[in-house]
Design a protein around this ligand. Structure first.
Ligand code: IFM
Length: 461
């Protein structure tokens, strides 16, 4: 990896980090919070590595003042957090929990006081259980509940929020949570799960409209995208890769940016008043957020052979595509290939595919998990994480030089946290968290990012 200084970005480029409520807050039964689907999913045997749960997580609910101090030391322009829906509306709709609103008011106030602009996600996979009891995202009503929740939050907290994302990574929530059953709510509905995707997209559009009516602006989405490559030039592999690309990328981006599903066959997977819904879903955004981690290689399925690989789960038989491991690249300790140029590639693809319909882009997440260990001085010298971000920032810069309008980069994540079904072993943070003592130790990557931000701040002056 290069040891040249990371290239400079324009003065207005936004430097951020990201987290989500269930992954860091803990305190799941405090402050009037209602249960969420992740509380219940973690209680099911064998769903989470090591039987871990987010009940305490990084205890951010109690330690947020010290965590904001760390962010101030880092010099962040913006901090992307998600609100726990069931902390604000314990049953997903109806009465507001004043203690929940109060918690976020104090957190947002403090962020603003230290000069960090909050970037708020409304739904990062932790649906209130009461809404799941009514079908969750398979139920069209949930989309309207997200709109109402957005209205409440917009009215109460909107004056302190710099950027909004109604939803995070609908593709992952749909595939893992509703199609394969390896994330909450643990449903294995196969292709029927696309109804849940459609309702999330509808909820996104309704939430955008509600936020605007509450006087909020600077609204986008945090959506996971990455290039899909065919395993070979064979027509069967190329076709399989194209189908997969449509399912994981364009099924989610096209409705939002173009107001249509990318193929008639995919539109037929969902029901509802599609024309009217797509108008709502494509309510114009101020920007589009891409979460990027790794590209995918796809082959045509071999009859009688199960498919595993990048999704880290066995896929049901009969799918028209088979993810295969990517070779020739280093992998993170989580086993994900490190392919920075693929971030540049997806950015250029967005520019080409959407043209004038594409608003400015933010990288709303990128990061890598390394099983960091302290050296003899107790320091975490996470060179691999630094190299990861350096290389991915270079890829962003190069795409910008090619005319892609990228406005900011949010490191996933500020803190080591609860990595969903993988529990606590996977560590994405710039700050190490000892989950026994909750001690925070900034890693070398924290100092690297601090210096990078400081250099840009100095250039601003
Ligand atoms: O931890 C997750 C996050 O919640 C959503 N994006 C990917 C991250 C790493 O897996």
């Amino acid at each position: 990896m290069s040891r040249q200084p990371t290239p400079l970005f324009p003065p207005s480029f936004v430097w951020g980090t990201a987290t989500s409520a269930y992954q860091i807050e803990g305190a799941v039964a405090e402050g009037g919070r209602g249960p969420s689907i992740w509380d219940e999913f973690c209680d099911r045997p064998a769903m989470i590595a090591g039987g871990e749960t987010g009940r305490v997580a990084a205890d951010h609910y109690h330690r947020w003042p010290a965590d904001v101090d760390l962010m101030a030391r880092l010099g962040l322009d913006s901090y992307r957090l998600s609100l726990s829906w069931s902390r604000i509306l314990p049953t997903g709709s109806g009465p507001v929990n004043p203690e929940g609103v109060d918690f976020y008011e104090r957190l947002l106030d403090r962020l603003c006081a230290v000069g960090i602009s909050p970037a708020v996600t409304l739904f990062h996979w932790d649906l209130p259980s009461a809404l799941q009891d009514q079908g969750g995202w398979m139920n069209r009503d949930t989309a309207y509940r997200l709109g109402e929740y957005a209205q409440v939050v917009g009215e109460r907290l909107g004056d302190r929020v710099g950027m909004w994302m109604p939803i995070n990574e609908p593709v992952v929530h749909t595939l893992y949570g509703y199609a394969l059953g390896v994330h909450a709510p643990g449903l294995a509905l196969g292709f029927e799960a696309f109804q849940a995707a459609h309702h999330q997209l509808l909820g996104h559009g309704l939430a955008v409209q509600a936020l605007r009516s509450a006087g909020c602006d600077n609204i986008g989405i945090a959506s996971n995208h990455a290039p899909v490559h065919a395993a070979s030039d064979s027509p069967a592999d190329v076709l399989a890769a194209d189908v997969y690309d449509h399912v994981v990328n364009w099924m989610f981006a096209d409705p939002i940016l173009l107001g249509k599903y990318p193929a008639e066959e995919l539109a037929q997977l969902v029901s509802g008043p599609l024309d009217a819904d797509l108008k709502i879903i494509s309510t114009p955004l101020d920007w589009y957020g891409i979460n990027y981690y790794e590209p995918t290689v796809i082959a045509a399925p071999v009859e009688g052979q199960g498919t595993a690989g990048v999704l880290e789960v066995d896929l049901p038989p009969g799918l028209p595509f088979a993810p295969v491991p990517m070779t020739g690249y280093p992998t993170t300790d989580f086993g994900w290939p490190v392919v920075p140029e693929a971030l540049g590639e997806i950015l250029r693809t967005f520019k080409t595919r959407f043209g004038a319909a594409l608003p400015p882009i933010y990288i709303t997440e990128s990061g890598s998990s390394w099983h960091d260990l302290p050296d003899e001085f107790g320091e975490f010298v996470d060179r691999a994480r630094i190299d990861y971000h350096d290389a991915h920032l270079r890829a962003v810069r190069s795409a910008m030089d090619d005319g892609v309008d990228v406005r900011g980069y949010f490191v996933w994540s500020l803190l080591d946290n609860f990595e969903w079904a993988a529990g606590y072993k996977e560590r994405f943070g710039l700050v190490h968290v000892d989950f026994q003592t909750q001690e925070r130790t900034p890693k070398a990557s924290f100092e690297w990012y601090r210096a990078l931000i400081a250099k840009h701040r100095a250039a601003r002056v």
